[in-house]
Design a protein around this ligand. Structure first.
Ligand code: PMV
Length: 334
């Protein structure tokens, strides 16, 4: 039996603008994980998937277009040799405590754990780069124009600075995925002081591609306005990197607030997200913003230890269905 887990992710700053070539910062979330268990199945049974959390059971042969089926098929094509969909008998059990469509990277975490579990079970060495690339291709098929930040932070499992390509040209009005020609910039980031973040979950599930599509359409109608908003988010993200490197938590808090204001202007916040952000700030959080695609999902608040209890309670009273406390450790980039 092979058991593999993959973490969720949290976007600290830069979401949406990252689709349009600006940088973003993301953190792996080891507190919430997806888990894949692989065992050999009786001969002739094929590849069977079991996802008890969502009460689904299917086979690769019956549902080849399912995202998990497609990923396993692409992996087998890559491995080649003796393995093929036709002669492999596996039982794959998918479980995850990461809420689906909740802004914490559930899809990319399941996909990452699935690729690692099946490749480990078949004794095939799959690099982080290959995992990230296969997950990115899968997200492209099912979510439209992903920036690539989710698959990257989950595959590398460390805080990252991510920028999809250095040759992005905002004035070339074509879908971002079409012009993604160069490799993204992926850099580990320096975090000089440990951070305590509270994640407040609105409980509202919103598929990533809906706000991403809406932003794309609005940008096409008002290119200058949206490009200037993305530039502003990119500038805030650069200052956030500096604040993290200098351990300046007060500045970090203000910059997170600034990023939230810009996300409101981009049009991806919601009444529920704003209520949680306001509640956290009222109780003394240093900063707060929505995280991920928006319209639902989660927000994050940067808190100092004495405020943790009060802010967590305020988030629950303001409607959060779940509050996660996460500690982000110091890093060194050397
Ligand atoms: O919905 P999430 O948490 O996967 O976040 C999406 C982040 C976006 O920047 C809105 C889209 C992307 O692909 O980067």
């Amino acid at each position: 039996m092979t058991v593999v887990t993959a973490p969720g992710k949290l976007i600290l700053c830069g979401e949406h603008a990252v689709v349009y070539g600006r940088p973003a910062i993301a953190l792996p979330l080891t507190q919430v994980c997806a888990q894949i268990e692989v065992v050999d199945a009786p001969s002739g049974s094929g590849v069977i998937f079991d996802a008890p959390d969502v009460q689904r059971r299917w086979t690769l042969a019956e549902e080849p277009d399912d995202p998990a089926s497609e990923l396993v098929e692409h992996l087998l094509n890559r491995i080649g040799g003796e393995y093929s969909v036709r002669n492999l008998d596996l039982q794959i059990t998918i479980t995850s405590v990461i809420p689906i469509a909740g802004g914490l990277g559930s899809g990319a975490a399941v996909a990452t754990a699935l690729l690692r579990a099946v490749s480990t079970h078949l004794a095939y060495d799959l690099s982080r780069e290959e995992v990230s690339k296969l997950v990115y291709e899968s997200e492209q098929r099912f979510h439209g124009t992903p920036s690539g930040i989710d698959n990257t932070v989950i595959a590398y499992e460390q805080p990252i600075w991510f920028c999809r390509s250095s040759d992005y040209n905002p004035w070339q009005n074509v879908a971002p995925s079409v012009k993604r020609s160069t490799h993204p910039t992926i850099e580990p980031i320096l975090i000089a002081k440990p951070l305590t973040l509270l994640i407040g979950d609105t409980g509202i599930r919103s598929e990533t591609r809906l706000p991403v599509d809406e932003v794309k359409q609005r940008r096409e109608r008002h290119v200058l306005h949206y490009e200037s908003l993305f530039d502003a988010v990119g500038a805030v993200t650069k200052y956030i990197r500096t604040a993290l490197a200098e351990g300046d938590l007060a500045a970090l808090g203000l910059l997170l607030n600034n990023n939230h204001l810009l996300l409101q202007q981009i049009g991806v916040s919601s009444t529920e997200l704003d209520q949680l952000v306001d509640a956290a700030l009222d109780e003394g959080a240093l900063g707060a913003k929505l995280s991920g695609a928006g319209w639902g999902g989660v927000m994050l608040a940067l808190v100092e230890t004495p405020q943790v209890q009060r802010v967590a309670q305020a988030l629950t009273e303001a409607g959060a269905v779940k509050v996660h406390k996460i500690q982000v450790a110091r890093t060194s980039t050397s």
